[in-house]
Design a protein around this ligand. Structure first.
Ligand SMILES: *[C@@H]1O[C@H](CO)[C@@H](O)[C@H](O)[C@H]1NC(C)=O
Ligand SMILES: *[C@@H]1O[C@H](CO)[C@@H](O)[C@H](O)[C@H]1NC(C)=O
Ligand SMILES: *[C@@H]1O[C@H](CO)[C@@H](O)[C@H](O)[C@H]1NC(C)=O
Ligand SMILES: *[C@@H]1O[C@H](CO)[C@@H](O)[C@H](O)[C@H]1NC(C)=O
Ligand SMILES: *[C@@H]1O[C@H](CO)[C@@H](O)[C@H](O)[C@H]1NC(C)=O
Ligand SMILES: *[C@@H]1O[C@H](CO)[C@@H](O)[C@H](O)[C@H]1NC(C)=O
Ligand SMILES: *[C@@H]1O[C@H](CO)[C@@H](O)[C@H](O)[C@H]1NC(C)=O
Ligand SMILES: *[C@@H]1O[C@H](CO)[C@@H](O)[C@H](O)[C@H]1NC(C)=O
Length: 479
C-alpha cells in the first residue's frame, strides 16, 4: 500500500462567534501576507512624503500618517476575512449540461476554462496565471451524485474557513467512463502522462478520481500497474476518509484533466505512448534483445493470437489457431504465440507485446495492449455479426489507438454469421444479442489475410535489420 502523503495545515477556525478570542491567533501565512502589504503601503507613503513640501513634515503630520497606516491594517484584516468568506463552492457536476455530456464534458467544473495550446493536451492548473494565483479547493465525497461534490478557487492567503491544505502535486481526473476497463482507464491517464513529459517528469503525490463528478477510489489492476510504471511509484488515490464532508480541502498545486486525449496532436499522442511503452518495459525488466533477430541473422516475427473467453471469443479456437499456424510456418522466423488476456499479469502482457509484431485478436479491451508493441507493428481485429451496423463509433477505438500509438491497423474481419435475433437485423434491440456473440471463421479469408500481413511485416523487418535500425532503443525522456 502507498503511504498517505502528509497533510500540511489545518487552518484555524475564524467563525464570527470566536473571532474575539482568535484574533491574535491568525494563521502565519495571513500575518505574513498582511505584513508584506503593510510594508508596501508604508513604503508608498514614505515615497509620497518625500514629494511633499518640507513645511508639512511636522510631528502632527507624522502622527497623521501613522493613524492612516493603522486604519489600513484593520481594513486589510477585515478585507481578508471577507475574502475567506467569499469563497463560493459550485457543484462539480453541472446538471444544466447533464444531457450534453458527450458534447464536451462541460458538466464537470463547468465554470472553468482549459489551457489550450495548438496540438497540446488541454488541462487546468492551479495556481496559475489564468487562476490569478488561486488554488483549487474541493468539498464532499459523494459516490452517487456528482452535484453533491463541489469546487471553488481561493487565494492561498485567504483560504476558506476550516480548510485543509494538501501539499505537493495533485492530479484530478475526470473520466466519463471508468477506471476499471483498461481502454477507458487508459484514456483518462494519457493526458496526465503528456503533462508529466512536458513538465520535467514531475509526478503526483496523489490522484483524485471522478466519474461524472462522483468520487472513485480504485483503478483496475492493469491501469494501476501501468500508472505505477509510468510515474515511478504506486499511485496514491485520495479517498478523503479522514476528511469532514462539509469542510474544504485545498491543494498546493493541482492539475485537472477532463478531455482525455482531446486536443493532442498525433505527434504528441505518439510521444506519450512511446513514453508509456518505454516505462512499462523498464518496469517489467523486458530485455529487448530477446528474439529480435534469430540465429541466422533474420528478423524474428512474432505473431500473437490474443484470445478472449466468453463473449467475443472464437467459436472454434483450435481451427483458428490451425489456420494461423499454417501461414506462420510458411514464413521463416515466424513464431506463433497463443495467449489469453484473462490470466496474464500486467508484466506478462508487456513482455508478450514486446515480442509481438502482429497482434490478431477479437474486438475487446485486451487490444488496448497494442501500444506496448514496437512502433509500426500490425493489428488484425475480429468482430462478431451485427457490430458494423449497430455498435456505433465506439467499435473503431482500436483503429484510433493504433493510429495514435504508431501501429498499423490491418483491418477487421466481420463475421457474416451469428446468433439469431428475433427482431429485424438492424433493429437496435439486436445489439444485446450480438454484443456477447461468438466469432466464427472463414479459412480462405483468414489464410490470405495472414499471408499478406506476414509478408509485409517480413519485408519491413528485413530492411530494419539490414540497416541496423534499432527501433526500440529510445530512452524514456522528459523535456
Ligand atoms: C469550523 O469548524 C468548527 C469545528 O468543527 C465548527 O464549529 C465551525 O462552525 C466551523 N466553521 C465554519 C465556518 O464552517
Ligand atoms: C464537520 O464540519 C462542520 C462544519 O465545520 C461541523 O459543524 C461538524 O461538527 C463537523 N463534523 C464532524 C464529525 O467533525
Ligand atoms: C526487475 O528487476 C529488479 C532488479 O533486478 C527487481 O527488483 C524487480 O523486482 C524486477 N521487476 C519485475 C517486475 O520483475
Ligand atoms: C473445429 O474445427 C476443427 C478443425 O477445422 C474441426 O475438426 C472441429 O470439428 C471443429 N469443432 C467444432 C466444435 O466445430
Ligand atoms: C489461461 O486461461 C485459458 C482460458 O481460460 C486456459 O485455457 C489456460 O490454461 C489458462 N492458463 C493458465 C496458465 O492458467
Ligand atoms: C470467405 O472469404 C472468401 C474470400 O474473401 C469469400 O470469397 C467467401 O465468400 C467467404 N465465404 C463465406 C462463407 O463467407
Ligand atoms: C536501408 O538501406 C537501404 C540501402 O542499404 C536504403 O535504400 C534504404 O533507404 C534504407 N532504409 C531506411 C529505412 O533507412
Ligand atoms: C515506421 O514506419 C515509418 C514509415 O514506414 C518509418 O518512417 C518509421 O521510421 C518507422 N518507425 C519506427 C520506429 O520504426
Amino acid at each position: 500500500m502507498a503511504k498517505a502523503p502528509p497533510v500540511l495545515t489545518r487552518l484555524q477556525n475564524h467563525s464570527p462567534k470566536k473571532a474575539h478570542k482568535q484574533h491574535s491567533m491568525s494563521p502565519l501565512c495571513l500575518s505574513i501576507f498582511l505584513l508584506v502589504t503593510c510594508v508596501a503601503l508604508f513604503t508608498l507613503f514614505q515615497i509620497q512624503s518625500l514629494h511633499t513640501p518640507p513645511s508639512s513634515s511636522s510631528p502632527w503630520f507624522l502622527m497623521h500618517q501613522w493613524q492612516k497606516v493603522t486604519t489600513s491594517t484593520q481594513e486589510l484584516t477585515s478585507m481578508a476575512e471577507k475574502l475567506r468568506q467569499a469563497v463560493t463552492f459550485l457543484p462539480l457536476k453541472d446538471l444544466r449540461y447533464q444531457e450534453k455530456a458527450l458534447q464536451g464534458h462541460t458538466w464537470f467544473m463547468s465554470s472553468m476554462y482549459d489551457t489550450r495550446e495548438e496540438g497540446e493536451v488541454q488541462y487546468q492548473q492551479f495556481p496559475s496565471q489564468s487562476s490569478n494565483g488561486r488554488l483549487l479547493c474541493l468539498k464532499g465525497r459523494d459516490t452517487h451524485d456528482g452535484s453533491w461534490n463541489s469546487y471553488a478557487l481561493a487565494w492561498p492567503e485567504t483560504l476558506p474557513f476550516n480548510a485543509t491544505l494538501l501539499k505537493g502535486l495533485t492530479f484530478v481526473s475526470y473520466n466519463h467512463y471508468n477506471y476499471d476497463n483498461i481502454w477507458h482507464g487508459l484514456s483518462a491517464v494519457v493526458p496526465f502522462v503528456a503533462w508529466h513529459i512536458r513538465n520535467e517528469c514531475e509526478s503526483p503525490s496523489r490522484w483524485i478520481l471522478y466519474h461524472w463528478g462522483e468520487l472513485r477510489f480504485k483503478m483496475g489492476a492493469w491501469l494501476r500497474t501501468l500508472t505505477e510504471a509510468t510515474f515511478d511509484g504506486e499511485p496514491f488515490i485520495e479517498g478523503f476518509e479522514w476528511a469532514n464532508n462539509s469542510e474544504p480541502i485545498c491543494f498546493e498545486k493541482a492539475v485537472v484533466m477532463r478531455h482525455n486525449e482531446g486536443g493532442m496532436s498525433r505527434v504528441r499522442r505518439m510521444e506519450t505512448y512511446d513514453y508509456m511503452r518505454c516505462k512499462a518495459r523498464a518496469y517489467c525488466n523486458v530485455s529487448l534483445e530477446d528474439a529480435r533477430i534469430n540465429n541466422k541473422g533474420l528478423p524474428g516475427i512474432g505473431l500473437t493470437l490474443f484470445m478472449r473467453t466468453g463473449p467475443r471469443s472464437f467459436r472454434n479456437e483450435s481451427a483458428v489457431i490451425g489456420i494461423f499456424e499454417k501461414e506462420c510456418a510458411k514464413v521463416e522466423g515466424c513464431k506463433l504465440m497463443v495467449a489469453y488476456s484473462n490470466n496474464l499479469t500486467f508484466c506478462e502482457q508487456v513482455k508478450l507485446m514486446s515480442l509481438t509484431d502482429i497482434l490478431a485478436s477479437p474486438h475487446g479491451a485486451q487490444l488496448t495492449n497494442m501500444f506496448l508493441m514496437d512502433r509500426n507493428s500490425s493489428v488484425m481485429e475480429f468482430f462478431p455479426k451485427g457490430w458494423l451496423k449497430l455498435a456505433g463509433v465506439g467499435q473503431y477505438v482500436y483503429h484510433w489507438i493504433a493510429s495514435w500509438s504508431g501501429m498499423k491497423h490491418q483491418g477487421a474481419w466481420r463475421d457474416p454469421e451469428g446468433e439469431p435475433c428475433p427482431f429485424p437485423e438492424d433493429d437496435r434491440r439486436c445489439m444485446s444479442v450480438y454484443k456477447g456473440g461468438k466469432i466464427g471463421l472463414n479459412e480462405t479469408y483468414f489464410s490470405k489475410w495472414a499471408k499478406n500481413v506476414l509478408n509485409e511485416v517480413k519485408t519491413r523487418k528485413t530492411v530494419e535489420v539490414s540497416n541496423k535500425s534499432t527501433a526500440s532503443t529510445s530512452s524514456c525522456a522528459c523535456s
